[in-house]
Design a binder for this molecule. Structure first.
Ligand SMILES: C[S@@+](CC[C@H](N)C(=O)[O-])C[C@H]1O[C@@H](n2cnc3c(N)ncnc32)[C@H](O)[C@@H]1O
Length: 214
């Protein structure tokens, strides 16, 4: 029996493939999504104001974050089929008044400067061809008091068994691209090149995150 993979060629996805992607994320990565949101609440308390989720996929993470915060979240996704599924997930969860799906590109965020109180991007960093440009955009859109949180960590509350299972599925699915999530040195270098000085790496056995402030 062939080993399980999560679809990772997002630009090729039609509606059926996007549905398969959504199902695989739900069946395999919910512990990481729940654990990361719990970590955010532990770190920052109940977040409020304007949130942006960059590369939100089918908005599974945005829904979980919404349920544990007071944020109004703009869920940004580049791919049409995935964004359409995000729209129906948000509607099915009854969260249309709190989560706004936006089809757009992280390289040119469709938001004004100093717009957001909280910007998260989970598991999308490996896709960005011009990573420096995306960090410049995150910094531009962040309010002076805002927090940016970028990475692919599984959240510090996952069990060791869950961590090993999800990490091996992620690494198998992303292949070479998975290396982006095991090199805090490289991401630090990218962020510095974007002209950002106020950031720190939150390292953890469950994977690292970068916290950005202005
Ligand atoms: C692995 S998925 C992660 C989805 C979601 N953040 C999660 O935690 O489940 C990466 C997503 O980022 C999107 N993406 C990649 N590059 C992007 C870009 N430049 N702008 C916006 N979205 C992008 C992909 O289409 C894909 O849906």
């Amino acid at each position: 029996m062939p080993e399980k993979h999560v679809p990772a060629d997002y630009s090729e996805m039609d509606h059926l493939e996007a549905k398969r992607f959504d199902k695989m994320v739900r069946e395999n990565f919910m512990p990481a999504i729940i654990s990361t949101v719990k970590q955010l609440v532990e770190n920052y308390g109940v977040l409020e104001g304007v949130g942006i989720d960059i590369g939100c996929g089918t908005a599974i993470f945005a829904v979980e974050l919404c349920r544990h915060s007071k944020l109004r979240i703009y869920a940004l996704e580049k791919e049409k089929a995935i964004c359409q599924l995000a729209c129906s997930n948000i509607e099915n969860e009854g969260l249309k008044d709190r989560i706004i799906p936006v089809q757009g590109d992280a390289n040119e965020l469709p938001f004004g400067s100093e717009f957001a109180d909280f910007i998260i991007s989970r598991g999308a960093y490996h896709c960005w061809k011009d990573k420096v440009q995306v960090f410049k955009e995150i910094y531009r859109v962040l309010k002076g008091s805002g927090i940016g949180f970028v990475g692919g960590g599984f959240g510090r509350y996952v069990t060791e068994e869950e961590l090993n299972r999800m990490k091996s599925l992620r690494d198998r699915s992303l292949k070479e691209d998975a290396k982006a999530y095991s090199s805090p040195e490289t991401i630090s270098d990218v962020i510095s090149k974007a002209g950002i000085t106020n950031f720190r790496i939150l390292d953890d056995p469950a994977g690292f995150w970068v916290e950005i402030k202005k």
